[in-house]
Design a protein around this ligand. Structure first.
Ligand code: SAM
Length: 240
């Protein structure tokens, strides 16, 4: 998979291909990260990429031309067409299913990061396939959202995680939250590891985990349960 990120702060985004799970995946060649600074196509001595908003008001707006030039360069860098996603607070809220679909369908993704008051609307209309949001709050720029997209996608790439089942057990992968996890020691500060996890009985452990995942989702995210489709093995648990 190849990600092209258009950003005024490439140094902020690059560490996603240098650290931890995603860093290892980049090293293994599972994905490529390329950054493009629109300032390269800016104007004047300061290579300006922003200007005052029409109609007045505070802040600056990212101009059409430098971003269009950056996207044209992204297009020329690789013949495969890229899906262009702008990160904005007005976009579709990010969900695991959107990322899974992206990984399955799209070998190339261009991520456009805004700054200031945002991007000239005409560029969004002309060159962007979709707008995605990290959530209902306002960040200073799209970079953290772009990194979130890259990180969450890379986890889903075959071979990225140490254990092939890890991503399948993560929260949201089957529509539920993940179960709680424990590690050594068995006792700490008067708290024990749930006895079921110490039985060594694979089927019982799996059943415990599924029940915990269901209970947790019911308590914390009932909205997820409303959309969840139970498997055959869940019928007995739901009766309990
Ligand atoms: N004036 C804009 C608004 O209220 O919709 C917010 C602009 S924000 C300060 C600057 C940039 O940060 C946006 O263009 C966008 O790229 C990015 N951004 C801010 N919040 C975001 C979010 N929740 N998800 C994704 N990107 C976000």
């Amino acid at each position: 998979m190849r990600f092209d990120v258009i950003t005024l702060f490439p140094e902020l985004v690059r560490p996603v291909a240098e650290c931890g799970v995603t860093g290892r995946a980049a090293e293994q060649g599972l994905f490529e990260l390329h950054t493009w600074n629109p300032r390269r196509w800016g104007t004047g001595v300061h290579q300006a990429v922003d200007d005052r908003p029409y109609g007045g008001g505070p802040g600056m707006v990212m101009q059409y031309a430098p971003l269009a030039a950056a996207l044209a360069a992204v297009g020329e860098a690789d013949p495969r067409p890229a899906r262009v996603i702008a990160l904005t607070p007005q976009g579709r809220p990010l969900e695991q299913a959107m990322l899974r679909q992206l990984v399955q369908q799209q070998p190339r993704v261009a991520l456009l990061c805004g700054r200031y008051e945002g991007i000239d609307e005409r560029l969004l209309e002309a060159a962007v396939d979709e707008e995605w949001s990290l959530g209902d709050y306002v960040l200073s720029g799209g970079e953290l959202a772009a990194m979130a997209v890259i990180d969450a996608c890379v986890r889903l790439l075959p071979g990225a995680l140490g254990h092939a089942d890890s991503a399948a057990q993560d929260s949201f992968s089957e529509g539920l939250l993940d179960c709680p996890h424990y590690t050594r020691p068995e006792w700490i500060d008067g708290r024990a590891v749930p006895a079921e996890l110490l039985t060594g009985h694979h089927a019982r452990i799996e059943r415990w985990r599924r029940r915990e995942a269901l209970g947790r989702t019911w308590e914390r995210r009932p909205d997820l349960l409303a959309r969840w489709i139970p498997g055959v093995e869940d019928a007995a648990l739901l009766d309990e």
